[in-house]
Design a protein around this ligand. Structure first.
Ligand code: ADP
Length: 292
């Protein structure tokens, strides 16, 4: 009896350790791990599976926490500006024009906040699978031409010209509205991160059963250490913050989602001060394409 009790206790010790570790884990402390036994038996596998699960949860929780901190920070900045300017304006009576200046500046900040909130709402609905796509045949070359027109308007003030390079005629199955949003985000960035007088280039080519949409600028570029992060929500490089204060850091996350739901991929190449070239690849399988 004693021997049986001793052996059972020994065999169940790792299970006890797992139970203890599970108890210690709270929402605040995901650093707990179970000391995995060296054996590769069921208990060993259970412990390492458990540790893997905690690691994944730790990553998710850290991301959620970081995301909330970033969202609060991005919303707090415009609020602080609005509050400061309004308090300053109210300190003594002023001319009507002075109030107008303050109101205009406040409106700009309110616009920025609305954009952040709209984009956040979009992304959270996308995460929940609530965005319904309307897949229809889209004449992509027409869409690219329209985006070219809009890019020209966007760049006008800063004398940034948008050049339309090769545009192959092609129809793909996609959501017209979302594809428009994707391209507009990319050309908006290309214009935004260019220097005055520079050129942005746009092209649409069909290669090997794939559609390639290319948006090339010659602007500030993205340093190699930031390449993996620009698709993260709220991530903006320091150079981008200095160059264009008005971004939200959510545009590329939305682009990525749109490309993913169209079963495509998005890539870029960039050199600091040499410019950035974003390429969107969209599939053109025989059952969903036609080249006209
Ligand atoms: P933002 O509103 O800041 O432009 P995005 O999600 O569209 O947000 O882009 C994220 C970040 O990626 C930008 O803040 C910038 O640092 C970088 N970025 C995106 N496009 C370009 C570009 N064409 N040239 C240089 N940097 C870019």
């Amino acid at each position: 009896l004693m021997g049986g009790w001793f052996l059972a206790g020994r065999a169940l010790r790792p299970v006890h350790a797992i139970t203890q570790a599970a108890r210690r884990i709270t929402a605040g402390d995901w650093s707990q791990r179970i000391l995995t036994p060296h054996s590769n038996d069921e208990i060993g596998q259970l412990a390492s599976t458990f540790n893997d699960m905690i690691r994944r949860l730790e990553v998710s929780f850290t991301q959620v926490r970081q995301f909330s901190a970033d969202a609060s920070h991005e919303l707090r900045t415009p609020l602080t500006i609005i509050k400061g300017e309004t308090e300053l304006a109210l300190r003594r009576p002023r001319q009507a024009e002075d109030y107008q200046v303050v109101l205009e500046s406040n409106l700009e900040e309110i616009d920025r906040m609305s954009r952040i909130v709209d984009e956040l709402l979009f992304l959270s609905r996308a995460d929940l699978g609530e965005i319904k796509l309307k897949m229809v045949p889209v004449q992509l070359d027409d869409l690219v031409r329209e985006i070219h027109q809009q890019a020209s308007v966007l760049g006008k003030e800063r004398h940034i010209r948008t050049v339309l390079n090769k545009v192959d005629p092609v129809i793909i199955q996609g959501d017209d509205l979302r594809l428009r949003e994707l391209l507009l985000n990319l050309v908006d960035n290309a214009v935004k991160y260019s220097q005055e007088g520079q050129t942005v280039e746009l092209a649409l080519v069909v290669v090997n059963n794939q559609v390639k949409i290319i948006v090339q600028d010659h602007g500030i570029g993205i340093a190699p250490e930031n390449h993996t992060r620009v698709f993260d929500r709220f991530y903006r490089t320091d150079e981008a913050r200095v160059h264009a204060a008005k971004g939200t850091g959510l545009g590329l996350a939305i682009c990525k989602w749109i490309v993913d739901v169209h079963h495509g991929k998005i890539e870029f190449q960039s050199t600091v001060h040499g410019g950035t070239c974003f390429t969107v690849f969209l599939p053109l399988s025989s059952d969903r394409k036609s080249v006209v």
